[in-house]
Design a protein. Sequence first.
Length: 82
Amino acid sequence: MFIESHYLVYPDGDTQEINGSVAFNALVDMNGGAVRLPLASHRMIVYRVFKITRKETKGERSSFYHLELVGGEELFTLAGGH
């Protein structure tokens, strides 16, 4: 049996297991859900995947998606602001 696990790693070091993989440079919400562009509002908490690491042991592979918080100015731009 082979187990594959996926985890978000937040900027403060907390981790959360998620159901599937996340692409590098993807924008995600607090629960790891994909964020659609343009954003509905610039008043959201949005993270970007800036690094992916993997740990493999016998019968198990874990992927860690390291997140960085997207700043307010960039959120404003992503929400269609000028």
